[in-house]
Design a binder for this molecule. Structure first.
Ligand SMILES: Cc1ncc(COP(=O)(O)O)c(C=O)c1O
Length: 375
């Protein structure tokens, strides 16, 4: 019998058993300092270089264009620092409130630091950025760079990447595509972006390691000063054990989109079940192109922290707001931008993963029904 349903795969994914096994092996024989010249160092370095190769293969890149970082957040910071340092002073950095804070907050900081104008694109009710506004902007101003995510972390709505890349080509500017929630889940539509980002823990790898993947020739800036690790771009001793886990996770993720595709059936089942329990329940971005595994719902008369807590007591793990900010469930800027504050109060995100079963979905629907019927 099911006791819990974990439906918060966008927050993090359970490490895959093969990942844990690889990490256990590397903990025994890959603990050396990868920068050391001796055999212990070489053993650790092999894990680091294997991870680099696996990530490169996953993103269709050259291993030389992979910089291993400590997280997706760190990779976004490095990408933005690089993009902004190379942009012409006075040019415009374009992004939107749909972005994860590691992009949006960093964009604000680097724009101020490098005397760039920051433009936040308007959001359409379908949950995507306005490419019409982006196009207009590109005709009126010098664009120093564009940051657009591949898929939204809260709604699962796919952003109009193809059009963004087209506009960027015309405007001759660089693009950072935050692919953290897309890699290993969707077929890759972001090959042309200059900077792409992976977080190992979103693809069943360990926390504490991620990667920035660049196009050849993309400008790079230093954020941290230190040793020569990662070409000096991410100084600090690398960890063979984390690298071993990342390596297995990235290799598994190469055909991840095949495992995720089936989830749209389960997601639809979930949404139909939730709808049956609650009059006026809204699904954010329902009519948009969405990733198959995410459903953000707006529950009338509920505040999302209460709903998240009540579902937790019933054995269902979901999130409200952005689960990435240290367990806080404040009003989500993403959902607020799409539907306004009033409706955003009752936002809850269900995110499924490759091991989610129909039984878990039915368990979650029953739990939801019990919670809702109490009010
Ligand atoms: C779209 C997006 N970008 C970046 C990040 C940050 O990744 P990390 O948790 O590895 O710092 C997240 C985390 O949830 C995310 O959803």
């Amino acid at each position: 019998m099911i006791k819990r349903a974990y439906l918060d795969w966008n927050a993090t994914t359970p490490p895959h058993p093969e990942v844990l096994a690889a990490m256990a092996a590397a903990a025994a024989d890959g603990w050396g300092n990868p920068a050391s010249l001796h055999a212990d160092g070489r053993a650790a370095r092999r894990y680091v270089e294997d991870a680099r190769k696996a990530v490169a293969q996953l993103l269709g890149a050259d291993p030389r264009d992979v910089i291993l970082t400590g997280s997706g957040t760190e990779a976004n910071n490095l990408a933005l620092a690089s993009l902004a340092a190379a942009a012409k002073a006075g040019s415009t950095l374009v992004t939107s409130v749909l972005e994860h804070p590691s992009v949006l907050a960093t964009a604000r900081r680097v724009a101020a630091l490098h005397a760039l104008k920051l433009e936040l694109l308007p959001i359409e009710s379908s949950g995507i950025i306005s490419t019409e506004a982006l196009h207009k902007l590109s005709k009126e101003q010098t664009i120093g760079g564009i940051c657009v995510q591949a898929v939204n972390h809260e709604t699962g709505v796919l952003q109009p990447l193809e059009r963004v890349l087209e506009i960027a080509r015309e405007a001759n500017c660089r693009v950072l595509c935050d692919t953290v929630q897309a890699v290993g889940r969707l077929p890759d539509l972001w090959l042309e972006a200059d900077y792409r980002v992976v977080a190992a823990h979103k693809i069943r790898g360990p926390k504490g390691i991620g990667a920035l993947v660049t196009r050849p020739g993309a400008p790079m800036a230093r954020v941290l000063e230190g040793g020569a690790q990662e070409r000096g771009l991410r100084p600090g001793t690398q960890d063979g054990m984390l690298a071993a886990g990342f390596s297995v996770a990235a290799t598994r993720a190469i055909d991840g989109s095949n495992r995720y595709a089936r989830l749209s059936v389960l997601r639809d089942r979930l949404e139909a079940g939730l709808r049956d329990t609650t009059q006026g329940l809204v699904i954010v971005g329902e009519t948009s192109s969405r990733a198959p595994h995410v459903s953000s719902v707006l529950v009338p008369r509920w505040a999302s922290p209460e709903l998240v807590a009540a579902l937790d007591l019933e054995g269902v793990s979901v999130s409200g707001g952005s689960a990435c900010s240290a367990g806080t469930v404040s009003l989500s800027p993403v959902i607020t931008a799409i539907v306004g504050e009033e409706q955003a109060r009752g936002a809850v995100r269900f995110s499924l993963g490759e091991e989610t079963t129909e039984a878990e979905i039915d368990f979650a629907i029953s739990a939801f029904e019990r919670v809702i019927s109490r009010v």
